[in-house]
Design a binder for this molecule. Structure first.
Ligand code: PLP
Length: 401
């Protein structure tokens, strides 16, 4: 008998469980459209050339393996913030942004959850879109916050429920915290337009709400990192003291290196120093300090103009491949004379496509055609290739008509 003897078996993670089922499937036609990691057109994991070059540069420096500070590698954080807020950002120039390196985007969200629970109180609310990235909910709950949802997706139009979103923002108590996806909303692939962002910013200002942007796809969404940062920069320009989680998993293809950043825009330098001190107090007992390798790679790329340019081209190529797969999937479905509208496939952006397929249809496609994606109808566009897109379209058509 030990502490562990009575521990019940937990349910498998829904996405990782899907990968297990896919791996066990022996049908040669099988296709995996579950996991959100980019694949090349050959269906294999992809390492960017700019990252390969950065690896060599880091290796040639023969650096030591000392700990980073609690806040990580300072040069990385500086570059990461300039990447998101813009090189000429007045907030950065005025030294009023507190920033730390984090364990990718997940770690940034978790640290922010802790900070909010500590200073706004356990059980205080955070509003997240309905739906949102599945992990947001337990991350925030585990930090001690109450997760409330605001309207986002309209199943009828397979588009944004902007009116619903605005009325939920309006109805929330003044000074609430709203989590917003900066670009390439996961799982729907539906983003507000620039005009809608501007309207939301204005309303949130009136309500004195705090925007917490989760930015996991900068550059990966449209192929242009500046464009994908538009909402973040607009909110800051409108005078919001936003918080921001950044991930370099998808856009730099550094998934397993766990490299990201968390920052908070403050009113002045002195406030930023106070917030920065509290971020470190949250981090120290959680994991002490973050790993250095991914930070070194991103630093090499973002501090070198030629390498940055090369990265930008490669990131655009990934985004372009995804967009080509969107057109391909929609084109094949339309070519089959599908009775449904598939316009939303090309209207959406980023890694994921919210197909509008029902759970019943998803399960039938899995059973009949051995194509694996989540029960909510979300497919990872990165799993589509020129060799399987037609088969996937035919399989969707077979159940939807
Ligand atoms: N936030 C969103 C919206 C995401 O889609 C993801 C990954 O899928 C993440 C955060 C976190 O990713 P990571 O922790 O790998 O940076």
């Amino acid at each position: 008998m030990s502490v562990w003897s009575e521990m019940p078996m937990g349910p498998p993670d829904p996405i990782l469980g899907l990968t297990d089922a896919f791996n066990k499937d022996t049908d040669p036609r099988k296709v995996s459209l579950g996991v959100g990691a980019y694949r090349g057109d050959d269906g294999k994991p992809f390492v960017l050339n700019s990252v390969r070059k950065a690896e060599k540069l880091v290796l040639d420096k023969s650096l030591n393996h000392e700990y980073a500070g609690i806040a990580g590698v300072p040069e990385f954080t500086k570059l990461s913030l300039a990447f998101a807020y813009g090189k000429d950002s007045p907030a950065l120039k005025e030294n009023r942004v507190a920033g730390v390196q984090t364990l990718s985007g997940t770690g940034a969200c978790r640290v922010m959850g802790e900070l909010l629970a500590r200073f706004r109180g356990k059980g205080s609310a955070i509003y997240v879109p309905n739906p949102t990235w599945g992990n947001h909910i337990p991350i925030m709950q585990n930090a001690g916050l109450e997760v409330k949802k605001y309207r986002y997706f309209n199943p009828e139009t397979v588009g944004l429920d902007f009116e619903g979103l605005l009325s939920d923002v309006q109805a929330a108590a003044d000074e609430s915290v709203f989590l917003l996806h900066a670009c390439a909303h996961n799982p729907t692939g539906i983003d507000p337009t620039q005009d809608q962002w501007a309207e939301l910013s204005k309303l949130m200002k009136t309500k004195r709400h705090t925007a917490f942007f989760d930015c996991a796809y900068q550059g990966f969404a449209s192929g242009d990192a500046e464009h994908d940062a538009w909402a973040i920069r607009r909110f800051v320009a409108d005078g919001h003291c936003i918080a921001l989680a950044q991930s370099f998993a998808k856009n730099f293809g550094l998934y397993g290196e766990r490299i990201g950043a968390l920052s908070v825009v403050c009113n002045d330098q002195e406030e930023a120093a106070r917030v920065g001190s509290q971020l470190k107090i949250v981090i120290r007992p959680m994991y002490s300090n973050p790993p250095v390798y991914g930070a070194r790679l991103v630093t090499e790329i973002l501090s070198d103009d030629a390498l940055s340019k090369e990265w930008s081209g490669e990131c655009k190529a990934m985004a372009d491949r995804i967009m080509a797969m969107r057109s391909g999937l929609r084109g094949h479905l339309e070519g089959l004379k599908s009775t449904r509208s598939w316009e939303h496939i090309t209207d959406q952006i980023g890694m994921f496509c919210y197909t509008g397929l029902t759970q019943e249809e998803v399960l039938k496609i899995r059973e009949d055609s051995h194509i694996y994606f989540t029960n909510d109808g979300r497919i990872s566009m990165a799993g589509l290739t020129t060799s399987n897109v037609e088969y996937v379209a035919e399989s969707i058509f077979a159940v939807t008509g």
